[in-house]
Ligand binder design. Structure first.
Ligand SMILES: [Fe+2]
Ligand SMILES: [Fe+2]
Length: 159
């Protein structure tokens, strides 16, 4: 398992969901379903990343500023996600918030796959990143069932 590839793959999935959400022809109900999927993926990805990837980067002088910035971006993304969750999906405000989220995450993924990966490659051995990859998958699966779910999940019922 390659830690960097796992993270990149998650980013691609999140990008795909964001793109699907931006499709204005979709009915509100379909948007809610995609949003729920996005929520699960992004929140469990971020939690695993914070625990397994950011923690050692925060402990290092050379990478701690970049890791703090990334952590702050997770916090902002969560806030915007919560706002989208409580905004009616058929209005202009919803689309505007979604655009903000897309831009924020695009910037975040770019920095993560660039600056943070560079730091990690210089700090961690192959053995260490292999272990981190395993831990990342474990954390992601552990986080999923206990995630705080969006309010929207209650609106659309099952499915
Ligand atoms: Fe990430
Ligand atoms: Fe991240």
């Amino acid at each position: 398992m390659d830690l960097y590839q796992i993270i990149r793959d998650d980013h691609r999935t999140v990008r795909d969901e964001l793109k699907a959400l931006s499709d204005k022809t979709q009915p509100a109900r379909a948007k809610e379903r995609v949003f729920l999927k996005l929520w699960r993926i992004l929140m469990s990805h971020n939690l695993a990343e914070e625990k397994v990837f950011y923690t050692p980067l925060l402990e290092n002088d050379s990478s701690k500023d970049a890791a703090s910035e990334a952590l702050e971006e997770h916090r902002v993304a969560r806030t915007v996600m919560k706002e989208i969750d409580t905004t009616p999906p058929d209005g202009g405000q919803w689309s505007a918030k979604l655009t903000v989220l897309r831009e924020l995450l695009e910037h975040h993924f770019h920095e993560e796959e660039g600056t943070l990966f560079d730091h990690a490659r210089s700090l961690f051995s192959d053995e260490q990143t292999q272990q981190m990859a395993k831990d990342f998958m474990t954390e992601k699966h552990r986080a999923a069932p206990s995630l705080e779910m969006p309010a929207m999940a209650g609106h659309s019922g099952k499915g």
